[in-house]
Design a protein around this ligand. Structure first.
Ligand code: SF4
Ligand code: SF4
Length: 177
């Protein structure tokens, strides 16, 4: 009995060991995998996240006018696995620490985030394009004399032309030296 009273007194003096949720926010670790968020400014529309998503939670479709694409993340089917974040070449998609995911059965198909992302205009011909992922461009044009930042803003045809022209100029310069 004495041991019990001693333990009870100690615990009362220490106070609760758990968070007082819902009276206050619960502690969330920094590496907690919560609701998926997308930064439209960084997304290049490569669809890698869509192909990697085990939960089938990501949909990327051209809009009706073909001037951009609609990016949808269905929180209802997201398994919070983090594969989209791991494979995204621009770090445009990530998992937040927001764990407030409870929703009613009726809301399950509305429990989604929608982003409308415009295409870029090709700096060469003005055609609508998705920007080339910088990591892919770095591998494709590792030995090209063309400035990488210029290449990223070109459509595939203009990119080929720019790379060919720069190589031609570069070869001429070497021959003259
Ligand atoms: S992997 Fe990243 S850059 Fe590619 S579509 Fe998904 S969010 Fe956008
Ligand atoms: S965390 Fe996993 S399940 Fe959720 S959207 Fe990303 S890849 Fe899909």
């Amino acid at each position: 009995m004495f041991r019990f009273l001693k333990l009870l007194g100690k615990n009362l003096a220490q106070g609760p060991s758990t968070d007082p949720f819902p009276a206050k926010e619960a502690h969330t670790p920094e590496r907690f995998r919560g609701r998926v968020v997308v930064n439209p400014e960084q997304c290049v529309g490569c669809r890698i996240c869509h192909h990697m998503c085990a939960g089938g939670a990501i949909r990327i479709e051209d809009n009706e006018e073909k001037t951009g694409y609609n990016f949808t993340v269905w929180h209802n089917t997201c398994a919070l696995c983090g594969m989209c974040r791991h494979y995204c070449p621009t770090k445009a998609i990530t998992l937040s620490t927001d764990w407030h995911n409870a929703h009613t059965q009726e809301d399950k198909y509305d429990w989604a985030a929608h982003y409308s992302i415009p295409y870029l205009a090709c700096a060469g011909c003005g055609a609508h394009i998705r920007m080339l992922p910088p990591q892919l461009a770095a591998r494709l044009y590792a030995h090209s004399p063309v400035d990488m930042t210029d290449l990223l803003k070109l459509c595939p045809s203009c990119r080929q032309l720019a790379a060919a022209r720069r190589e031609e100029i570069s070869n001429d310069t070497h021959e003259q030296e």
